[in-house]
Design a protein around this ligand. Structure first.
Ligand SMILES: C[S@@+](CC[C@H](N)C(=O)[O-])C[C@H]1O[C@@H](n2cnc3c(N)ncnc32)[C@H](O)[C@@H]1O
Length: 484
């Protein structure tokens, strides 16, 4: 009587318990979602994991194994999968979204080289799932491990870290232990590294440049400053797309980065701008420090992803206080001037009636209609300092609070605004209070000659910091020859 010896099998199926707990291993592997993805199992044995991939809706499942016997059994079990009898020295000439190498790498002569070749075989952002034995030892080496069937080399954790250094990888956890193996098995997921694009786009005052300087130079990562880039393109020091270069030639003004960036994205030139610093495809880590309008930040990250980068947006809480804006600073200074003036007796010199621009009572009607009626009676210029005097009356018959002086098309808030007595105006207009004269002082960035000041002069009431109503009339006495 002949007794048929039972075949020794590795993978387990419901009809066949094998040496490996395949269902438990499947759980521990934590395979990425497979629906619509391509899957390759290297050292596939009887095709257990290829069958699972197809069951999950993979678009394609390919298994390779050097054993003709295992490949035959795999084909019989899973005819819808593709099985190739070959060693891993030859891999299918295509990219896969997910590649599995489970309980097999210790058979490779050059284990790091096999990992490198499999990572090469991954599609963009594909995952290599590696199940591997790791020796519990603090050293950094490959250690021979005597198993029940043979002796093979396994890495210590430090060695594995070193081998995986060129990749993006994640330790996933332990796998099932294998009977006859004295060491534990573990699962790691490995991906190709994408160059990192660090994005520092927090608002002004958050310390973007401070953080960038603290981190990137020591890591040899170049930092692109958004404002410098705009300036370089606008001045021809740096190349960009034709459309972006032409746009900046028309719209760029130094110091107006926020406006230029907003307009640039509104014109649909965001991708051109990103390409100007990030290139046509990701090659190396880079950092960007600059203003990008909130609503355009996602579009920029999407573009960086498409270029092959791993965009990393850096955010942190505000430390300290926000920089006061120029308009608010000017308003504060004006308000402070008013506050000081109100607490002081009117200056003797200012209390003296100024040269009259005329306050004829026949203007009373138009004053009511206009809202604010104002005159400029006197202008003085000394270097950068300008003094302007006159009178103005608002709807309530009082001097309006706040003025804006426009010189050569540029608005200025005053360094001081002093209220002065104009009894002549009060009397002529029948006002209760004659304190409707003003004396304004402002300082220009550069000295200006008096005729130049008068030529483009406009004074307007700005009760809430914003110009309101018509510009004041300029007295005939100071036009065109000025009184200095
Ligand atoms: C321990 S089994 C693991 C099977 C399967 N990966 C699993 O985890 O269930 C190792 C498998 O690798 C295959 N194998 C070993 N060396 C190989 C090589 N150089 N090329 C292809 N397959 C190989 C063996 O035939 C065997 O099926």
């Amino acid at each position: 009587m002949t007794v048929e010896r039972k075949r020794k099998t590795y993978q387990s199926f419901p009809d066949q318990p094998g040496g490996s707990q395949s269902f438990d291993k499947l759980i521990q592997l934590r395979l990425p979602a497979l629906k619509g993805k391509s899957f390759l199992d290297v050292g596939c044995n009887e095709g257990f994991f290829c069958g699972f991939a197809l069951h999950q809706g993979a678009s394609r499942a390919v298994g390779i194994d050097m054993s003709a016997d295992f490949i035959a059994r795999a084909r019989a079990r899973f005819p819808a999968c593709e099985f190739l009898q070959q060693t891993w020295d030859r891999l299918p000439d295509e990219k896969f979204d997910v590649i599995l190498l489970a309980s097999a790498i210790h058979y490779a002569e050059d284990q790091p080289a096999l990992i490198a070749r499999l990572v090469e075989q991954l599609a963009q952002d594909g995952t290599l799932v590696l199940e591997i034995g790791i020796v519990s030892d603090p050293s950094n080496q490959w250690m021979p491990v005597k198993r029940s069937i043979d002796t093979r080399y396994f890495p210590t954790m430090r060695k594995l870290r070193e081998v995986l250094e060129p990749y993006a990888w994640k330790y996933v956890g332990t796998s099932v232990s294998q009977t006859g193996d004295p060491i534990g098995r573990y699962v790691v997921h490995i991906r190709r590294r994408r160059p990192l694009a660090y994005l520092l786009m927090v608002p002004s005052s958050y310390g973007k440049t401070y953080v960038a300087n603290a981190l990137f130079p020591k890591a040899n990562i170049p930092v692109v400053m958004g404002d410098v880039l705009l300036d370089d393109i606008a001045t021809g020091k740096r190349q960009a797309s034709e459309a972006l270069t032409a746009f900046l030639a028309r719209r760029y003004t130094k110091g107006e980065v926020d406006r230029v960036m907003r307009e640039l994205f509104a014109e649909g030139l965001g991708d051109d701008f990103t390409g100007a610093w990030a290139g046509d495809s990701a090659a190396a880590d880079i950092a960007f420090d600059g203003f990008i309008p909130d609503r355009n930040q996602d579009a920029m990250k999407k573009r960086l992803l498409a270029l092959g980068y791993f965009p990393v947006e850096m955010v942190w809480p505000l430390v300290g206080s926000v920089l006061t804006g120029p308009r608010i600073a000017a308003e504060q200074a004006a308000a402070y001037g008013k506050h000081l003036a109100a607490a002081m007796p009117p200056p003797a010199e200012a209390a003296t009636p100024e040269p009259k621009a005329g306050a004829p009572s026949n203007l009373v009607k138009s004053w009511k209609a206009d809202g604010v009626l104002g005159f400029v009676d006197k202008v003085q210029a000394e270097g950068r300092d300008i003094a302007i005097s006159g009178w103005a009356v608002d709807e309530t018959g009082a001097l309006p609070q706040g003025f804006v002086v426009s010189l050569k098309g540029e608005d200025h808030h005053c360094r001081s605004e002093t209220k002065v007595m104009r009894p002549d105006v009060g009397k002529a207009m029948g006002l209760k209070d004659g304190r409707v004269g003003y004396h304004l002082r402002l300082r220009l960035a550069e000295a200006a000659a008096l005729p130049e000041v008068i030529a483009g002069l406009k004074v307007v009431a700005a009760p809430d910091g914003e110009p309101k109503g018509k510009p004041f009339r300029i007295s005939a006495k100071i036009r065109p020859a000025a009184t200095a």
